[in-house]
Each structure stands twice: as structure tokens, then as C-alpha cells.
Design a protein around this ligand. Structure first.
Ligand SMILES: C[S@@+](CC[C@H](N)C(=O)[O-])C[C@H]1O[C@@H](n2cnc3c(N)ncnc32)[C@H](O)[C@@H]1O
Length: 277
């Protein structure tokens, strides 16, 4: 299904990429994005792993899932793989990334919506959803605590959030590996394939500046998520890419009703004057 299908004419890259203009930079790099991530071993497998870790029951039959920051649809495909019978809404703020996603073939239960994950009410994304996946999104948002609270509010009681993210801050080894891979492979490859390494230099820098595992799990707990857990992925990305899982707490079980008056009424015939004191 298509929504808001216009494509901007010639996107230009912002001078310095930061959280305020990331989607515009993705507009510029949208056409080469799939080729670049396809050259990253494990990229799609790891997304599928995170989607499976959400534990969506029953192939997602009758459930509504949300993919925030869906890009060209790699994370949407992972969600679909984990829950082939679910209804999936995929949102991205880059018109060009969404346009690339829509060029692919999808079942009618999948729809792509152009919009900002920080202003979901504007595109009428209100929930409740039975699961939310946000792959490589949170790092790109300016107010992460507010974003997590909004994601929490979108979920049905007991439903999972999976953040699939780079997080290297807590490990010197991970930071060294990340910097080595970025400057020897990712940035040069980005420059060759797109004529500019700007987005990939931003990727390197933003990952180094992003939360470590303990800070991010703390943020999730502070936003109200229960059962917060982290698992990494295999390959060179081990201890670099992680699935951060949390759940909106299940609805409280109603306490048993107080006994009715009839339970307090003595059986007929009881002589209360003879009751023991
Ligand atoms: C690295 S890509 C990841 C795409 C996809 N999830 C994947 O795993 O391949 C990050 C995406 O987040 C989108 N994005 C960044 N900030 C956003 C925002 N505020 N709202 C919605 N999408 C945003 C970008 O446009 C980009 O498509």
C-alpha cells in the first residue's frame, strides 16, 4: 500500500550532518543505500535476529506492528520474516528512502508512511501496536528520552520494543574495532559509491557519541519499559550491534472484589446476642 508518494526532485546534502537533518542526508544517499548495506556481512541476518527476538506469537496473525525509521525497507523485511501474517506499518522521515522501499514488492498488509518518528501523531500513528522495531533510529533522534516515552505509549500492555543499534561506549575494544572498520571500509566505500563520505563520517561519529549499553538500558527502564534485556549479534559486529528489548508492562490484574454484604451477613437464625465476645 502507498501513502504520500511524492519524491523530491534533487536532494542536496546538509553542510554538517546532525540529528536535525539526518533524514535529508538519507535522501541524498537513498539510491546507493541497499548496495552499501548489502556489502556489510550480516546486516540483514542481524535485523532478522532482532525481529525474531521480539517473540511475536503466532506468525503475527491478527497483530499490528510498527517499524520506525524503516529506510529502504530492510528492517521491514526482517519484521515481515518474523511475523509474516502481521499488519505492518513502516515509517521514515526521508522521502527518498521511503520511495526506495516502495519500489520493492510487499504484501498488501505492509504500508509505508512518510513522517517523523518524533511527531507520529501528525501522521496519525497512535497505536496501540503489538510490537515496535526501531533499527538504527534512536541514535538519530535529538531527544531520546522523549522518543522512548512516546514509543512506550504506542505499545499495547505487554507488547515489546526492539531497538537494533550500534552501542560501543562501554567497551574500549568495540570502540577500536568500530573506528577501524569505519575508516578502512565504510567511509571509503561510501565515498566511492556515493561521491561523498559525509553520511558515513556522521555514522562513525554518532555511534562513538551514542549511549553505551548500560546508559541505554537505563533510559529504557526510566521510560517505563519492563524486562529490559540486551543481546549482541555474531560477526565483526559482536559487542558493537545489539538488540535492546523491553516491554510495556502488562495491564495490572484487577484485585479480587471485596466481599459483598451477603458474605458479612450471618446465616438466618443466628442469635447475635449469644455471639462470643
Ligand atoms: C540507518 S537507516 C536504517 C534503515 C532501516 N531501519 C534499516 O535497518 O536498514 C536510518 C533511517 O532512519 C531515518 N530517520 C532518521 N531520523 C528520523 C526521524 N526523526 N523520523 C523518522 N525516520 C528517521 C532515516 O531517514 C533513515 O532512513
Amino acid at each position: 500500500m502507498r501513502e504520500d508518494a511524492g519524491v523530491s526532485p534533487t536532494p542536496t546534502s546538509p553542510r554538517r550532518i546532525d540529528q536535525s537533518n539526518v533524514p535529508r542526508s538519507f535522501d541524498v544517499h537513498a539510491r546507493s543505500y541497499d548496495r552499501l548495506v548489502g556489502a556489510n556481512p550480516g546486516y540483514h541476518d542481524h535485523l532478522r535476529l532482532s525481529a525474531r527476538r521480539m517473540g511475536i506469537p503466532n506468525r503475527g496473525a491478527g497483530l499490528r506492528l510498527l517499524d520506525l525509521g524503516c529506510g529502504t525497507g530492510a528492517s521491514t523485511a526482517a519484521l515481515l520474516d518474523a511475523a509474516p501474517d502481521a499488519e505492518i506499518t513502516a515509517v521514515d522521515a526521508s522521502m527518498e528512502m521511503i520511495a526506495q522501499a516502495r519500489r520493492k514488492s510487499w504484501p498488501s498488509r505492509v504500508r509505508f508512511v512518510h513522517g517523523n518518528a518524533e511527531e507520529l501523531h501528525r501522521i496519525k500513528i497512535t497505536g496501540p501496536y503489538d510490537g515496535v522495531l526501531a533499527a538504527y533510529l534512536l541514535r538519530n533522534l535529538a531527544d531520546r528520552d522523549a522518543a522512548l516515552r512516546r514509543f512506550h505509549a504506542l505499545l499495547a500492555p505487554g507488547a515489546p520494543l526492539a531497538l537494533h543499534e550500534y552501542s560501543v561506549r562501554d567497551s574500549a575494544r568495540s570502540r577500536v574495532t568500530w573506528t577501524g572498520v569505519c575508516w578502512s571500509v565504510i567511509i571509503p566505500m561510501g565515498r566511492v559509491r556515493t561521491g561523498s563520505g559525509d553520511l558515513y563520517r556522521y555514522l562513525w561519529r554518532s555511534v562513538l557519541e551514542f549511549d553505551g549499553v548500560s546508559a541505554l538500558t537505563g533510559r529504557m527502564a526510566a521510560a517505563g519499559f519492563d524486562d529490559v534485556r540486551v543481546q549482541t549479534v555474531p560477526g565483526w559486529q559482536q559487542d558493537i550491534v545489539h538488540t535492546f528489548l523491553g516491554r510495556r508492562p502488562a495491564a495490572p490484574v484487577p484485585s479480587r472484589a471485596a466481599p459483598g454484604l451477603e458474605a458479612l451477613t450471618p446465616p438466618s437464625g443466628t442469635d447475635l446476642t449469644k455471639a462470643p465476645v
